[in-house]
Design a protein around this ligand. Structure first.
Ligand code: LLP
Length: 435
């Protein structure tokens, strides 16, 4: 049996328990499909990251990559833990504003920020805009001039490191849509443009090499590349960075096939690599910022589904269908992402069969788990899919006009709604009559 299941909590009745609440009680109260977050798990992972920096005696920011899962309650929780957030759209920024999130702890990413988005960022005086391309530098110059304002910026650069991960999840290699290329001199040119503008305060540089990465080496190489770049800029024009932001991407365990080190151990290695290199090239130690998304939100999330129909294809396999699918978790269909699921009423019940867990969407590719060992199941049983907290609800859609699930936060035996379940009324709320 995999570690994933061994690590689950069960109560006296043998039911899966999340944040001290019986998962079957959650289902009774909120129905399925249901997304559940274990709040303590989110807090703990942020603390683990913070502690690594403290232990290394380094200035830092843990900036939650909110694209993994964003809503008002999530931002308020992140704020309680004194972490930063990064946003990638006006919508994420708006959510942060609505949550009362301190704007000085917000970074703004994106490879095509619009003029309106930049205006919003400047009006709200967010902590830093992470510049991605020359068009954006021009736009931001105009916005700052119009508004007679100032803002902190960083440059996102591509260090030329290929992370060992799914192709769609790689971003740090030279042939990428993100950031300024170091090798060809684009990053150096961008630095010049930023420094000549008195309205931009150049905090430092950023890179993000990819997501769901298991190897430390790529992070260390990227970190060294950033410091070497800063050393070149220092020699040439005396520039000294206050911040080096190494992005996110720390891989997590989804199934027994995954064996990553703890997320904070990646950070420990990165910090040590930066310390060593800055000493070697004689630069002051900058603050180190990280942007973990998956490692904070992923392991904290559970998707609860009710089992419905079943199809046994003689001699081939059995399909067990649940009341959700690609609308609430597109990752298996889009990236062939793998997950594990358990029977909520008895996660360690003896295994009876191996089945394919299908979603309810009208598409053959709507399979949540290709092969899952399960005890015997009946219609009405609840299945809990594990580690679904990152890029699940965040990438949810209304395909087939299915309402998106509710999202519930649980902690210390109490639950609260973070996002209410969509209704059919919500689904037609934007529709206009045809005349
Ligand atoms: N910082 C930047 C600039 C990023 O682009 C990302 C993720 C992160 C931080 C957070 O990376 P994490 O720690 O979550 O790996 N939808 C895909 C993942 C896309 C990640 C995009 N960027 C998936 O479901 O696997």
């Amino acid at each position: 049996m995999s570690n994933q299941i061994d690590q689950l909590s069960t109560n006296q009745a043998g039911h899966l328990e999340i944040g001290g609440v019986d998962s079957l009680d959650l289902v009774k109260q909120y129905k399925t499909p249901l997304v559940v977050y274990d709040v303590k798990s989110i807090r703990d992972q942020i603390h683990h990251f913070q502690k690594v920096f403290q232990d290394n005696g380094v200035d830092f920011a843990v900036s939650y990559a909110s694209k993994a899962f964003a809503c008002i309650a999530m931002f308020q929780l992140i704020n309680q833990e004194k972490a930063h957030i990064d946003v990638v759209s006006g919508g994420e920024l708006y959510t942060a504003i609505k949550a009362g999130f301190p704007m000085e702890r917000v970074s703004f990413h994106g490879n095509d920020k619009s003029r309106e988005e930049l205006e919003m960022a400047v009006e709200h005086q967010i902590g830093v805009i992470i510049l991605d391309n020359f068009h954006e530098i021009d736009l931001l110059k105009e916005v700052l001039e119009d508004k007679q304002s100032h803002i902190n910026v960083m440059l996102r650069v591509t260090p030329g490191v290929s992370a060992h991960t799914h192709e769609y999840d790689q971003t740090g290699q030279v042939d990428s849509k993100f950031g300024f290329d170091i090798q060809s001199g684009q990053a150096r040119k961008a630095l010049g443009l930023v420094l000549e503008d008195q309205r931009m305060n150049m905090l430092g540089i950023h890179c993000h090499i990819g997501s769901q990465i298991f190897e430390v080496k790529g992070f260390e190489m990227a970190a060294v590349k950033l410091i070497d770049t800063l050393a070149d800029w220092n020699k040439e024009i005396g520039y000294v960075a206050k911040v080096v932001n190494v992005g996110g991407g720390f891989g997590i365990k989804y199934t027994e096939d995954d064996d990553p080190i703890a997320p904070e151990m990646f950070v420990d290695a990165i910090v040590k690599a930066i310390k060593k290199r800055t000493e070697e090239v004689n630069l002051p130690m900058p603050a180190v910022w990280i942007e973990p998304g998956r490692s904070i939100a992923g392991p904290a999330g559970y998707n609860l589904y009710t089992v419905g129909s079943r199809k046994d294809v003689p001699g081939i396999r059995s399909y067990v269908t649940v009341d959700g699918g690609m609308g609430d978790n597109i990752r298996p269909a889009l990236y062939q992402a793998k997950y594990e699921a358990v029977l909520a009423k008895n996660p360690s019940a003896p295994i009876k069969e191996t089945v394919r867990i299908a979603g309810k969407y009208c598409e053959s590719g709507d399979i949540l788990i290709q092969k899952q060992d399960l005890p015997a199941t009946q219609p009405g049983d609840v299945l809990a899919m594990l580690d679904t907290g990152a890029y699940g609800y965040a990438m949810a859609s209304n395909y087939n006009r299915n309402p998106r699930p509710a999202v519930v936060f649980v902690e210390n035996g109490k639950s609260q709604v973070a996002i209410r379940r969509e209704t059919f009324e919500d689904l037609v709320a934007l529709d206009e009559e045809f005349n």
